[in-house]
Design a protein around this ligand. Structure first.
Ligand SMILES: *Cc1c(COP(=O)(O)O)cnc(C)c1O
Length: 435
């Protein structure tokens, strides 16, 4: 090999130590590099489009903390706003004005959200949204789709995407059968199955939750008319339609998939970008439904750190900059350039790669045709993915360590970073068998 590769000695030492005291050495399974047969890097700092590990290596980062870092890491204006907020105390456990500011901002961007409740993670947002859907309808059944991930609540750990798919497990031990007996799972993009289900059981279904572009199964688009069909069926049968835009919100475009498609879900769950890297999740939608949430209504949901002033300030500043300073058309163009460049470099070396992107979110799969379901995505060449991942890492490009995760480009990624990435890819595709 002509090019120098990196050393990860310190990360390896830390990982060994971590494994003694933290399960699997990580605090979230997707970080473990298990699927790619490697050890995770310990990150020391992040700025703009880059992360630095404890060995002093620098990487162009396409994980972006799994989505939140859309402005690039440590954007100076966000750092300043968060610093000021910190100096006024970290948490009050009482209402603060910033909660109204953030909520108004979200409403402005996503008009389907008439009322919003802030929580601390995407998991909480999805779990709570479904509780409200059940409380509102008085029904018990819920519908989800194979390969979609909505956090780790018991009832949702059925044929889930993300780390669950990466580990190749159908569900999880520790989830009692009772918790999932009312969860119905369908294949994504199968319109006939969806119609048949509603005809048979529509009146018993409280809520349907979906990632409207599936980012936890790599990158799977809805077929034309598929989300529209969900909207029609949910309206007809009185089921609460929940778009889980934890990943896609403020990411595929400012207004998420609902904005791109012009579809109004009854409820939306948010996370990731809404906190700009701080722990925030949110769920909201029609006032009639949200008024069921305690203390306005009887459906209980609470959180000691919910609406935390520092996190909320980080979210406000992030959304503010997205709305007023940056253009999604630029981000879309750059992301397209990246994925088409990857495809072209792969083709040059006889590697079949299919790619897709929307806004600052992208997917690439080692197969010749874009998958339209998780079942199809699972057929892609995982061995090639692993080699590509390891090769890119050794050439200073940090990708998601799983074939079932989307990637993210930020506004801090410029021509220089894209060019460096494509140059690395050209080299890695040419020498894939060596990694
Ligand atoms: C990340 C994610 C979640 C879970 O969010 P956490 O903050 O990790 O709990 C839920 N739904 C989707 C679509 C996600 O991408």
């Amino acid at each position: 090999m002509s090019r120098k590769t990196l050393s990860f000695t310190r990360s390896q030492q830390l990982f060994q130590e971590a494994c003694q005291i933290i399960p699997g050495g990580v605090n979230s399974p997707v970080r473990a590099f298990k699927q790619v047969d490697a050890h995770p890097l310990f990150i020391k700092k992040a700025e703009g489009a880059y992360v630095w590990d404890v060995d002093g290596n620098r990487f162009v980062d396409y994980v972006g903390s799994w989505g939140p870092a859309i402005l690039g890491h440590a954007h100076p204006e966000v750092v300043q706003a968060v610093g000021e907020s910190l100096s006024h105390g970290f948490s009050f456990g009482a209402p603060c004005e910033q909660e109204i500011t953030l909520t108004r901002k979200v409403q402005e961007i996503l008009p389907s959200i008439e009322m919003l409740r802030l929580v601390s993670s995407g998991t909480e947002a999805c779990m709570s949204a479904l509780r409200v859907a059940r409380g509102y309808t008085g029904r018990e059944k819920i519908v989800k789709f194979t390969g979609c991930y909505h956090g780790h609540a018991d009832m949702l750990l059925v044929k889930a995407g993300s780390g669950v798919a990466t580990l190749g497990i159908p569900g999880s031990p520790g989830v009692p059968q009772g918790s999932t007996k009312d969860t119905i799972t369908l294949a994504f993009n199968d319109s006939e199955a969806l119609k048949a289900l509603f005809v048979q059981q529509g009146r018993d279904i409280a809520g349907l939750i979906v990632e409207p572009i599936v980012g936890n199964g790599n990158f799977i688009r809805p077929k034309d008319g598929y989300l529209e069909l969900m909207r029609e069926l949910c309206t007809e049968y009185g089921t609460v339609l929940i778009f889980d835009e934890v990943m896609t919100g403020f990411r595929v475009g400012l207004k998420g998939v609902q904005g791109l498609k012009g579809i109004k879900p009854d409820m939306t769950t948010l996370g990731k970008v809404i906190g700009g890297g701080m722990p925030i999740g949110a769920y909201g939608g029609k006032a009639e439904i949200m008024n069921k949430v305690a203390p306005a209504g009887p459906v209980y949901q609470a959180g000691t750190l919910s609406g935390n002033p520092v996190a909320v300030t980080c979210g406000i500043k992030t959304l503010d900059l997205l709305q007023n300073k940056y253009a999604f058309t630029d981000l879309s163009r750059r992301t397209r350039e990246l994925v088409l460049g990857l495809k072209e470099r792969a083709a040059r070396h006889g590697v079949a790669l299919s790619v897709d992107s929307e806004g600052g979110m992208f997917g690439f799969m080692f197969c010749s045709e874009l998958p339209t379901s998780f079942e199809a995505a699972a057929q892609a060449n995982i061995d090639q993915f692993k080699r590509f991942f390891r090769g890119m890492l050794h050439h200073g490009v940090y990708l998601a360590p799983s074939a079932f995760e989307a990637g993210f480009v930020s506004f801090a990624h410029g021509d220089k970073e894209i060019a460096a990435t494509l140059e690395a890819a050209d080299h890695v595709f040419a020498n894939l068998s060596q990694y």
